[in-house]
Design a protein around this ligand. Structure first.
Ligand code: NDP
Length: 435
């Protein structure tokens, strides 16, 4: 707290892990010395840099770029890049810290990292996006590499931005390597990577529901966000028989009582991925739906909630509303979308609740599979990648059940994910000595 008190999101993420991991350390002698948790909260390296570029009007623009290289005990640093005006050191450190545990849970050899910039992609031309990505990568390229640090996408960074950054890295280094994941399919990308986080979130929820003899079939599902994660969560939940009635962005949410069908989802993808527009455009084409400005979708009655937009987008009161409306399962697709108060509500009500570090790990897991395919110089089929993703999500679920189930049979997935993630990183750090 002394060092990081001015970083609220980072403190929030650390506190949540500490609450469950400290009691575990107290019960397990081998983890008691060597300042393990103290070392884990200190990034191995933080890189901050100036990003300068020239906009379409000929003006010079200055942004700040970051890369947090959090923990490399079990593999090269791995984690996404976020472009959003809210990006700062606290947010990226929280994400890098979470990423370390998440990557450990995937069972793949990946350390934790995260990066980004306070650059706002909204309203920028395609040329401006390219120029920014090139300027950002010009500095970042000095610090990353296929065996050192392998970034991916996150909020504001999708296939287009990864493509521009990869092109610039290749130009600067004159080498074609798997230095980024989420690449286009023609230059080393993996099938199912765009779908993986959303699909994985739904697979995880499916595993949780199965412990209660339940499934998505016939359930009403509320999703927040309308970006990469939300889109594929909507697709998979619908495929499994659920009816998804909401999607949102930072301006509000749409409610479609008939459900967001495959055709309607294709329209959301057009709005968001092609036109870079607003979710409110949905009601122009589907007038039976309504747009609720400035609000979040948690007031809508549902059986299953999938928060897929951003951190702290679901507070304690909204959690109470979900529970009162009969929601039985919340699986986080975003990183830390539920506030600590909301998490407490879910755990006290003993509903099924999955923290993002477990339920959204499918994205980075599939990035890990992209790294393997790049190293092997071959590509697996969609079916093969999807099957591996399903297996990984089932394994993460099992690990959470192993470490998170109490004597009454209730599984606290927060505790389970934190301890399972901690054990592997801690064992590797102990074996590697004080470094
Ligand atoms: P996108 O940029 O594709 O979509 C983000 C969505 O969240 C948009 O609908 C956006 O709305 C909304 N949003 C962003 N910031 C805010 C905000 N401050 N308030 C309200 N809404 C906001 O990002 P992704 O779908 O990739 O990421 C969503 C979440 O999932 C993030 O928490 C990310 O860290 C997490 N995640 C992503 C993974 C991936 O593979 N992409 C992997 C694991 C986790 P608007 O258009 O208005 O900004």
């Amino acid at each position: 707290a002394k060092r990081n008190g001015h970083e609220p999101e980072f403190m929030q993420a650390v506190m949540e892990v500490a609450e469950t991991v400290i009691p575990f350390i107290e019960q397990n002698k081998k983890y008691q010395n060597k300042m393990l948790l103290e070392r884990m909260v200190e990034p191995e390296r933080v890189i901050m840099f100036r990003v300068t570029w020239i906009d379409d009007a000929g003006n010079t623009q200055v942004n700040r770029g970051y890369r947090i290289q959090m923990n490399s005990a079990i593999g090269p640093y791995k984690g996404g890049i976020r472009f959003h005006p809210s990006v700062n050191l606290s947010i990226l450190k929280f994400l890098a810290f979470e990423q370390t545990f998440k990557n450990s849970l995937t069972t793949l050899p990946m350390g934790g990292g995260k990066g980004g910039s306070d650059f706002d992609p909204k309203g920028k031309s395609d040329i401006e996006i390219m120029k920014f990505c090139q300027a950002f990568m010009t500095e970042l390229s000095k610090h990353i590499g296929a065996d050192t640090d392998v970034p991916a996408g996150d909020i504001g960074v999708g296939g287009r931005e990864v493509g521009y950054m990869f092109g610039q890295y290749k130009r600067l280094r004159n080498e074609f390597t798997g230095v980024l994941t989420g690449k286009g399919i023609t230059f080393g990308g993996s099938l199912i990577r765009p779908e993986a986080t959303g699909y994985g979130d739904v697979y995880f929820a499916q595993n949780m529901l199965a412990t209660k003899g339940q499934s998505f079939d016939g359930k009403t599902v509320v999703v927040s966000g309308s970006g990469n994660v939300a889109q594929y969560a909507i697709q998979k939940a619908t495929e499994l028989g659920g009816k998804v009635v909401t999607a949102s962005d930072s301006s509000g949410y749409i409610y479609d009582a008939d459900g967001i069908s495959a055709e309607k989802l294709a329209y959301i993808m057009e709005i968001k991925n092609v036109n870079y527009g607003r979710i409110s455009d949905y009601v122009a084409k589907y007038p039976s739906a309504k747009f609720v400005a400035g609000k979040r979708p948690w007031e809508v009655k549902c059986d299953i909630a999938l928060p897929c937009a951003t951190q702290n987008e679901l507070n304690g009161d909204e959690a109470k509303a979900l529970i009162a409306n009969g929601c039985i399962c919340v699986a986080e697709g975003a990183n830390m979308p539920s506030t600590p108060e909301a998490v407490t509500e879910f755990l006290n009500a003993k509903i099924l609740f999955a923290p993002g570090k477990a339920s959204n790990a499918g994205g980075v897991a599939t990035s890990g599979l992209e790294m393997s395919q790049n190293s092997l110089r071959l590509s697996w089929t969609s079916e093969e990648v999807d099957q591996r993703l399903k297996n990984i999500m089932a394994n993460i679920h099992e690990a959470c059940v192993k470490y998170g189930t109490d004597a009454t049979g209730y599984t606290d997935y927060v505790k389970g994910a934190n301890i399972a993630g901690f054990v592997k990183v801690a064992d590797a750090m102990l074996a590697q000595g004080i470094v």
